[in-house]
Design a protein around this ligand. Structure first.
Ligand code: ADP
Ligand code: ZN
Ligand code: ZN
Length: 724
C-alpha cells in the first residue's frame, strides 16, 4: 500500500489554521479540492507552504475530489491573501475565499468559455471539402487562419459540428488564446501638466513606484490613465483599474472601449452574475483580458502580466470593506503593485490624508493637475449664506430660493445637495461656538437624549447634558444637524413650475435606473436635481450652473474625527459639478457657521491648506494617519453583554507595553444597529508594526476567550478602521 500524503487545505471557516487531509499523490499549492467538513462538503484550496499536521491516518479524512478543470490558483494570489490575512488579523481561509469569485468557492467544477484558437494542420488542409458543400468550404477556408470558437460561429452557425468532426479526425491544431492586434483610437493632446504626469509614471514602468495624481475635477485624470494604459498594452501587459462602485458607469466603460476597440476589457462589479464574474476573473488570470476595471474586490484579480495599477477616487470610503475581511482596496493595490514591481497611480481631486501623509514622508510622489482640461471651463464661485439671522422656509433661505428661481428663468439646471449622512448629534453653543469636546481624548462627546447624557465614543467618559454653555453661559445649546425630510415637498410648493428629479439609493442601484436619470438630465428634462451623497461623485451632469449645499454643518463638529475630511472632500467634489461645460457655475452653502475654517478654505478652493491643517490636527491628537488604530468591536442584544466581553479582553490585555494604548469599552458611534447593541475597544499606537505584532500575539487567547463567550455575542477586528 502506498503511503498517503498529508496535505494542508484552507477552508472557508472562521478558524485560523489550515486543515490536513489525505491524498495518494502530492497536490500543487492553489489546487481546488472537495473535502468533507463536519456533515458538509466544502471547497478547499491546497497550500503546501503550511506544514500539514502530523496526524494519524486513521484520524484524517481523504480529499474527495480534485477540481482541476482550471490550473492551480496562482502563487501571487496566495501570497496576497496571506498578507491580507496577516495584516487585517483575519482567518486566512476566510480571507482566501473572500478573494475568490463565488463560483470558485463552491465544491464543484466550473464551466468556462472556450478561449482557445483552432487552425487546420497539414492533414486538415489536404482534406478539402468538395466544392458543392458550401458551408463546409466556408468554414474550412476560415480555419486556415487561427479562429476562436466564437469567431468561427460568426462565420457560420454550423461551426460547432464542423469543428467537432474535424477535431475527431485529427485535422486541427489547438492553439492558446491569441490576442487581436492592439488598436488605439486617437487620443487628446495632453496639456503640460498632464504630459508631465504621464512622463513621470511612464518613466517608472517596469518597477514599483507609488504616485498620487492630484487633479481637480475635470482636470483630465482619466485621459492620463488612458494614455498610460496605452503604453502598458503596447508593451503586452495588463492594466488593473479600481474605482468606486458608483463611478463604474456605462459612460466610463464606453470611454475605455472607444480608446481600445480591439482590447479585451473585463468589468468586475457587484451587478454581475456568478458566471459572468467567474469568466472575467479567469480571463484576467489566464492573460486573455487586457484591462480589468472593477470595484474593491477586483484588487484580488490575478494578472500574470500586470503592468500598471490605477486606483481612481482613491479617497473614496467604499474601498474599505466593512465586514468579514475588512481590507482597504487602495492599500492592497499599493501592496500588490510593489509585489508585482509595477507603478501604482492613485487619482483624486481630494486625496485622503493617509495618502498625503505618504507623500509628505516621501513614499509617494505627487503629480498635480491644477486646471480644468477644457480650456473654457472655469472653477465655480463658492459663496456662503449665513442662516443665523435669516428666516428659513422649510430649511431653505431666501437667497437660495432666489438663486434657484433665477436659474429656472434662464432654463439652467441646478443641483441641490443634502448632506444627510448620519452624523451623531454633538452639542454646540449658538453664541460662542463651544462644542461638547471630551476632556480625555480630543474627540467630541455625543448627545444621548434618552439618558440625558453626553458620552465619548472613544474613551467611554460620560457627563450630564449641560443646561447652559460651559464657556459663555448662553442657555441656547443645540444639537447640530437639521431635518431634511420636507425639502422636496417645500421645493415643489415654492417653485411649482420646476421639474424636479430626486436621486436616491433606488435610482442608482440599477444600471437601467441610472441610464434613465442620465437620459432625462441630458435631454434637458430636469431643472432641479435633488439628492444626497451619490451626487457628490464623479458624474458629469452636463451644464449645471448652480449647486446648493444644505445640512453640511453636522460634519463640522462630528464625534468622528474623519468627518471634516469627508465633508470637505464631498463639498469640493459636489462643487466640481458646477460649471463643467462653458457655463461658469455658482455654489451656495447654507450654514450657521460661516466663519468656520473649513468653509473659508472651501470658498478659496484651498484643498492643500485645509488638508495641511487637518494633518496637523491629527498629529496633535495622535489620530491616524499620525497613529495606527485597530478597533475590536462586539455586539449583542444587550449592551452589558457586549461590554462584559470587552472587559474580559481588557483583563486579558493587562498592562499594554508602551507606546500602545487601549481605550474603552465605549459604545460605537452607531450604538444600536439592527436590534443589537455595539461596543468597542480602540487600540492605538504611533507605529503600526508594534501594534499589529502585539495584537497578533494576543489572537490565540482572544479566540479562546471568544469561544467561551455567550452564543449571541459577535465580535470582529477592524484594522485601520474608517468608521469609529
Ligand atoms: P477627470 O477624470 O479629472 O475628472 P476627465 O479626464 O474626465 O477629467 O476630463 C474632463 C474633460 O476634459 C473630458 O471631457 C475630457 O475629454 C476633457 N479633456 C481631458 N484632457 C483633455 C485635453 N488634454 N485636451 C482637451 N480636453 C481634455
Ligand atoms: Zn457659548
Ligand atoms: Zn473621551
Amino acid at each position: 500500500m502506498t503511503a498517503m500524503q498529508h496535505i494542508s487545505v484552507w477552508l472557508d471557516v472562521p478558524l485560523r489554521g489550515a486543515f490536513t487531509y489525505l491524498h495518494p499523490q502530492p497536490l500543487p499549492s492553489g489546487q481546488r479540492v472537495r473535502v468533507a467538513f463536519g456533515n458538509r462538503e466544502l471547497c478547499g484550496v491546497v497550500d503546501n507552504s503550511v506544514p500539514p499536521q502530523a496526524l494519524d491516518e486513521a484520524r484524517c479524512k481523504p480529499i474527495l475530489a480534485v477540481l482541476n478543470e482550471l490550473p492551480p490558483l496562482p502563487e501571487a494570489l496566495l501570497q496576497q491573501v496571506r498578507f491580507a490575512a496577516r495584516y487585517y488579523l483575519h482567518p486566512q481561509g476566510q480571507a482566501l475565499f473572500t478573494a475568490l469569485p463565488t463560483a470558485l468557492r463552491e465544491p464543484r467544477a466550473v464551466t468556462l468559455a472556450d478561449r482557445q484558437s483552432y487552425r487546420l494542420n497539414a492533414a486538415g488542409l489536404d482534406a478539402e471539402p468538395s466544392a458543392r458543400s458550401t458551408v463546409q468550404r466556408q468554414l474550412w477556408q476560415a480555419l486556415q487562419q487561427p479562429q476562436s470558437r466564437d469567431a468561427l460561429r460568426r462565420v457560420h452557425p454550423q461551426a460547432t459540428a464542423f469543428l467537432k468532426q474535424r477535431l475527431a479526425a485529427g485535422h486541427i491544431d489547438i492553439l492558446p488564446w491569441q490576442a487581436p492586434p492592439l488598436q488605439i483610437a486617437a487620443a487628446l493632446t495632453l496639456n503640460d501638466e498632464q504630459q508631465a504626469a504621464l512622463d513621470a509614471v511612464a518613466a517608472n514602468l517596469g518597477r514599483f513606484g507609488a504616485f498620487l495624481l492630484h487633479g481637480i475635477t475635470g482636470s483630465g485624470k482619466t485621459e492620463v490613465y488612458l494614455q498610460l494604459i496605452a503604453r502598458v498594452l503596447a508593451a503586452g501587459q495588463q492594466a488593473l483599474v479600481i474605482i468606486p462602485e458608483i463611478n463604474l458607469t456605462p459612460q466610463l466603460i464606453e470611454r475605455f472601449a472607444q480608446r481600445f476597440p480591439a482590447s479585451h476589457i473585463v468589468c468586475l462589479h457587484s451587478g454581475l452574475s456568478d458566471g459572468e464574474r467567474l469568466q472575467g476573473w479567469v480571463d484576467a488570470w489566464q492573460g486573455v483580458a487586457d484591462i480589468v476595471i472593477g470595484t474593491r474586490l477586483a484588487v484580488f484579480t490575478p494578472l500574470p502580466r500586470a503592468g500598471l495599477v490605477i486606483v481612481d477616487e482613491e479617497h473614496d470610503g467604499s474601498f474599505k470593506q466593512q465586514d468579514g475581511l475588512r481590507y482597504h482596496a487602495r492599500d492592497l493595490a499599493v501592496w500588490r503593485a510593489n509585489q508585482a514591481q509595477v507603478p501604482v497611480l492613485l487619482g483624486s481631486a481630494t486625496p485622503s490624508l493617509e495618502t498625503l501623509a505618504n507623500v509628505e514622508a516621501g513614499r509617494y510622489r505627487k503629480l498635480l493637475l491644477s486646471a480644468r482640461a477644457h480650456g473654457s471651463a472655469r472653477l465655480p464661485r463658492i459663496g456662503l449664506v449665513d442662516t443665523r439671522r435669516l428666516k428659513l422656509v422649510d430649511g431653505l433661505s431666501e437667497p437660495v430660493i432666489a438663486a434657484l428661481q433665477q436659474r429656472l428663468e434662464r432654463r439652467e439646471m441646478s443641483l441641490l445637495f443634502i448632506n444627510r449622512r448620519g452624523y451623531s448629534p454633538v452639542l454646540a453653543c449658538t453664541a460662542c461656538g463651544w462644542t461638547s469636546a471630551c476632556k480625555h481624548c480630543s474627540a467630541r462627546m455625543v448627545l444621548h437624549l434618552s439618558a440625558r447624557q453626553l458620552r465619548c465614543h472613544h474613551c467611554g467618559a460620560q457627563q450630564r447634558v449641560p443646561l447652559q454653555c460651559p464657556a459663555c453661559g448662553n442657555p441656547d445649546v443645540q444639537p447640530l444637524g437639521e431635518g431634511t425630510q420636507r425639502l422636496e415637498e417645500a421645493l415643489r410648493r415654492l417653485l411649482p413650475e420646476a421639474r424636479i428629479l430626486r436621486i436616491d439609493r433606488d435610482s442608482t442601484s440599477h444600471k437601467a435606473a441610472w441610464d434613465a436619470v442620465y437620459q432625462r438630465v441630458h435631454a434637458g428634462e430636469v431643472d432641479i436635481l435633488l439628492g444626497t451623497q451619490m451626487l457628490a461623485k464623479g458624474h458629469d451632469f452636463g451644464a449645471l450652473s448652480l449647486v446648493v449645499v444644505l445640512g453640511s454643518d453636522g460634519g463640522l463638529y462630528s464625534a468622528d474625527y474623519r468627518a471634516s475630511e469627508r465633508l470637505f472632500a464631498q463639498l469640493l467634489q459636489v462643487s466640481g459639478r458646477a460649471g463643467r461645460a462653458e457655463l461658469a457655475g455658482d455654489v451656495i452653502v447654507q450654514t450657521n457657521w460661516p466663519e468656520h475654517p473649513l468653509y473659508l478654505a472651501l470658498t478659496r478652493h484651498d484643498f492643500d491648506g485645509f488638508a495641511a491643517s487637518q494633518l496637523q490636527e491629527r498629529r496633535e491628537a495622535g489620530f491616524p494617519p499620525a497613529a495606527s488604530q485597530v478597533i475590536l468591536r462586539a455586539d449583542a442584544p444587550q449592551y452589558h453583554e457586549a461590554e462584559a466581553f470587552l472587559q474580559q479582553v481588557l483583563a486579558l490585555c493587562g498592562e499594554l507595553p508602551s507606546p500602545l494604548f487601549v481605550f474603552g469599552p465605549a459604545p460605537a458611534l452607531m450604538a444600536r444597529l439592527a436590534g443589537r447593541e455595539r461596543a468597542q475597544l480602540t487600540f492605538e499606537a504611533p507605529q503600526r508594526a508594534a501594534l499589529h505584532a502585539w495584537l497578533r500575539a494576543l489572537l490565540p487567547q482572544l479566540d479562546a476567550l471568544a469561544r467561551k463567550a455567550p452564543r449571541q455575542l459577535r465580535w470582529s477586528l477592524d484594522v485601520d478602521p474608517q468608521e469609529i
